[in-house]
Write a protein that binds this ligand. Structure first.
Ligand code: ZN
Length: 508
């Protein structure tokens, strides 16, 4: 019988080498989205396809199953929180997910979604759901087959959600989201009929791009971004990606007639980047060196973007500088600016939504995709279901399908079960921010002085350095003392937007 320690070392080397290959694909992908000239596309697709095939082959190598069988019965798994036990557990999870799906199904899904993405672009441009419908039907069909192959206890959706938020079920998400569904539409109503309203037109004055670039760099740096370990570049669709230890790339977009996208896009992606930079480098290439889940990842970006970056205290520190960078802000007071960047205003488009209405967009998508996967809703009836539910949550119907059911790329790419992680991120962020306040004291007082290191250090210790040691729910409960809940987010909304909209002096 093989020595478990030896097998473990072999498997660790296999895992790290696979990560070297994957991160090389990451470099090619970053270049493709940020730098690559258009004519390079076919060659780049070949490069990525070749390397992806190599990664897939390594991940499904039958030796992996043999190694795992030895490791799982060894003393290495005795303490479930040890580095070895965590890695073995997560290697098993990935291996099972990859080997449970027959190759023909994987290939067919890739073919169908690739065609669907093209059809979706066309359908959205023409606002024609009919063009996208047959593709979506096929995707839902295949997704149900994938869920059946992966296996689940209660319902197919659980198998899909587990991919992005390990251990979370549809039922748990429904329970977590219920208070938001109950209270948010009324809160939005109150806010919209409040006597004070912000003047958001000040954000649409002329903001020269060079100044925006310099100001975004300044903010990123002061929060804690290290230019020796990362870059900030412009793209159409902002994202963050880690290419390896000491190399995290973020992007943002600039509009000269709208200040918010570059600023808050930068801070949002910075939040993702700080998480990736805080992962333990010595575990790179193994699950212990990876982030927990999409929801927890989003909690980091949302915390920096909204809880820090849209707070009054943050701008008490940065606003005098902003006024130096942007002449357009010289006649705008600090309070006017903070009110404008926090305007609550229902929009048909999810990515343009404010903090409060954003979760209603997610709720709607979650409920519809859950019904599609269950078979309770037919693809034919999706646009009507979308519009009806949208009206009941946000008070009006989208003007057309391009502004409604066709607005997101996710479903065309086969990402069903992904949307809930956005709102989970908001819930976790609020709960973690309360815990950080309890541990560290007056955070706004620190932000006012430009001190972000205490919060960043706290996040590093509690979350970033833990890698995949716990499931998302376990992690939240360990840090905050309570399982995930919507209450902290609702408390935060009442306090923050109550102060902005209902107290003339903006006090909380
Ligand atoms: Zn994000």
């Amino acid at each position: 019988m093989a020595n478990a320690q030896e097998v473990y070392r072999q498997m660790e080397a296999w895992s790290r080498e696979t990560a070297l290959l994957s991160s090389t694909i990451g470099v090619l992908g970053w270049d493709q989205r940020v730098m690559m000239p258009p004519r390079a596309a076919p060659h780049r697709a070949n490069q990525i396809a070749l390397l992806s095939g190599m990664v897939h082959q390594r991940m499904t190598d039958p030796r992996v199953g043999e190694w795992l069988a030895i490791l799982e019965t060894s003393e290495l798994t005795a303490d479930p929180e040890s580095v070895e036990a965590v890695n073995i557990r997560q290697w098993r999870r990935t291996y099972d997910r990859m080997t449970k799906l027959p190759n023909e199904l994987v290939v067919e899904f890739a073919r169908v979604t690739s065609l669907a993405e093209k059809a979706w672009e066309e359908a959205r441009a023409q606002s024609s759901y009919a063009l996208f419908k047959p593709h979506l039907s096929r995707i839902v069909e295949l997704t149900r087959e994938i869920a059946a192959r992966l296996g689940y206890e209660k319902e197919p959706y659980d198998a899909l959600l587990d991919e992005y938020e390990q251990g979370m079920t549809a039922q748990q998400v429904e329970q977590l989201f219920a208070p938001l569904r109950q209270k948010t539409p009324e809160l939005v109503q109150q806010i919209r009929s409040a006597p004070r309203q912000p003047n958001s037109s000040i954000l649409h004055r002329h903001y020269p791009r060079p100044q925006q670039e310099a100001f975004c760099q300044l903010i990123a740096e002061r929060i804690g971004f290290d230019w020796q370990s990362g870059r900030l570049d412009p793209t159409v669709h902002p994202f963050a990606t880690r290419l390896g230890p000491g190399d995290v790339r973020i992007t943002t977009r600039y509009y000269e007639d709208f200040l918010s996208p570059s600023l808050f896009g930068t801070i949002h992606e910075l939040g993702h980047a700080l998480y990736e930079l805080g992962l333990p480098e010595e575990h790179f290439g193994t699950p212990m060196g990876e982030s927990v889940s999409l929801g927890v990842h989003e909690s980091q970006s949302r915390m920096w973007e909204n809880f820090v970056g849209r707070s009054h205290a943050f701008w008490e520190h940065f606003y005098p500088l902003a006024q130096q960078y942007f002449t357009a802000l010289q006649d705008v007071s600090l309070d006017e600016f903070v009110f404008a960047i926090n305007e609550v205003k229902p929009s048909p488009i999810r990515v343009e939504a404010d903090e409060v209405t954003y979760n209603l967009h997610i709720l709607l998508r979650f409920e519809l995709e859950l019904a599609l996967v269950r078979g309770d809703l037919q693809v034919d009836d999706l646009p009507d279901a979308w519009n009806e539910r949208f009206e009941s949550y946000l008070g009006f119907r989208p003007a057309n399908d391009a502004e409604g059911v066709l607005q997101d790329v996710h479903w065309s790419g086969g990402l069903i079960g992904y949307f809930p992680t956005y709102t989970l991120g908001n819930l976790y962020a609020a709960q973690l921010f309360e815990a950080a306040t309890r541990d560290l004291g007056d955070l706004p007082a620190m932000f006012r002085k430009g001190e972000f290191a205490p919060l960043l250090e706290w996040l590093r210790e509690k979350i970033h350095r833990q890698g995949k040691r716990y499931t998302p729910s376990q992690l939240i409960e360990r840090i905050t003392g309570l399982p995930p809940s919507a209450e902290p987010l609702l408390r935060y909304f009442e306090r923050k937007f109550g102060a902005l909209y209902f107290h003339a002096d903006g006090s909380e």
